[in-house]
Design a protein around this ligand. Sequence first.
Ligand code: APR
Length: 253
Amino acid sequence: MSEPDPVALNPSDLARARELIRAAERVAVLTGAGISAESGIPTFREAQTGHWARFRPEDLASPAAYRRDPEMVWQWYAGRARDVQAAAPNPGHTALAELERRKGEGFLLATQNVDGLHARAGSERLIELHGNLAQARCERCAHVQPWPGEATAPPPCPVCGATLRPNVVWFGEYLPSAALEASQLAFAQADLALVIGTSSLVEPAASLPLLTLRGGGAVTEINPDQTPISALVTLRLAGRASQVLPALLEDYV
Ligand code: APR
């Protein structure tokens, strides 16, 4: 993967990106695994090492897998939850929390990441489209709780007695409709969408920035690599999120 230093980014692109941010009243942000790469969070596939390498992703992250072998799936997520606890937010996450403070109500951050790092960096106007690894939820009732780190197998729900499961969206499952609808509205109404560190391959998140373009807003993509939306966006900044985002806010007071 190419990783140019942001100072090597075209200065006029940087200036234009800063101007778009400053001028926008409504900013919608979509993030993916790339923003957490520099916090050392392995992607789903990167985490499949050692014992886990022989499994296909859908053998670990699907309702069918959980029915077949709940203990194994639980242990896979327990490992990922431990990885995430050991990591810390990076300057990319922090810059987005800062942008939220500047934009206030006109700001929304929708993330596909389940690592919880945006919340730990201080983001509050945040939608975790794919859930959160640091939480478990009940299979039957609405109960959500912090991940029970001591459990080596799925424990019963303390409210209704059904089985707890990881609070993440699995292959073949729908995104929570309220979260998706709120995100779609924010992107449709945004003057500016920032698309950061996502391969823009997984729907429905991948289409969110297209709603902004359709509504007449601008889209800035921050990603060292090209993606399927690169040809459509208003502006592309080919750099790392942890360097480009702080640079964009540098003189924004
Ligand atoms: N800064 C910005 N972008 C980066 C960086 C970085 N430092 N490092 C990598 N990237 C980019 C890569 O070029 C790639 O385009 O981040 C993107 C990561 O893509 P994916 O690994 O496909 O992650 P994501 O788009 O979040 O995946 C979406 O797919 O695996 C499922 O449900 C899972 O939420 C996930 C969804």
